[in-house]
Design a protein around this ligand. Sequence first.
Ligand code: ATP
Ligand code: MG
Length: 263
Amino acid sequence: MAHTIVLTNQKGGVGKTTTSAAIAAGLARKGYKVLAVDMDPQGNLGFSLGVDIDKGASIYEGLKGDATVYEIIRRISDIDIIQSNILLSSAEATLKGENRDLLLKNLLAPVEKLYDYIIIDTPPAFNILTLNGYSAADYLIIPMSAEILSLVGLVQLKETYETVRQSVNPQLKIMGIILTKYEKRRKLSRDVLEMAGTVAEQLNTKVFKTVVRSSVAAAEAPAHGVNIFEYSAKSAPAKDYGAIVKEILRIVEEDETNGKKDE
Ligand SMILES: Nc1ncnc2c1ncn2[C@@H]1O[C@H](COP(=O)(O)OP(=O)(O)OP(=O)(O)O)[C@@H](O)[C@H]1O
Ligand SMILES: [Mg+2]
């Protein structure tokens, strides 16, 4: 059964999509079977991995029940991907019914056994799309940008996390906070790292040991439609995301040993 990881932060531009793409690609490079799912109407995850997001079926058709999960999965090199586009922005109004927060979980259920990891990118908002992500996840990872000293949305994130745990998904766990766009010479970066430690304590989680350094390579790769490892394997973010993938594998392995999931 796949381990499902959702990248979340209500604050925009903190590195959710960059981190989703890098983790998906990093796990695939290690030979794991990976499905990347874009739950953001901006469609950046698919775009950054080289998908023409305006063509073909998207997550929206899947959530609405107009297409099966098999019909919306596309293969890009060694990653399978379910893309999104702007049409998904009408989800709040059109996705209806009692189980509207479980649509993603139910959609993915038939393919869960085909993958080792499912990586889900979410929009910078708390809406039905984010809620579907939380309901489908085993783990949340919270990227925080070292460029912005901001706690926007973190209280709401904690509340949503607790609500989801108490209702549809008691297994949900916060894997940790990943600091992105880190510049060690900047005081601001060091301040944000310290703040991330405090936030992690409040959320009962930790900050990943590896911080992702700032580099233009991370910003350039998406425009070329290739992941950071293909674009510049020697860049700081490629090395850092490589180390983060190892941290993730270790955490998941530890949880399995401790019997978090019986598989
Ligand atoms: N390590 C890094 N070094 C330099 N730039 C980065 C790094 N990580 C991300 N960026 C850049 O920061 C910007 C925001 O990143 P990204 O799109 O991943 O954030 P996001 O949280 O997904 O944004 P949104 O909330 O809009 O979905 C992008 O232009 C991206 O290229
Ligand atoms: Mg994004």
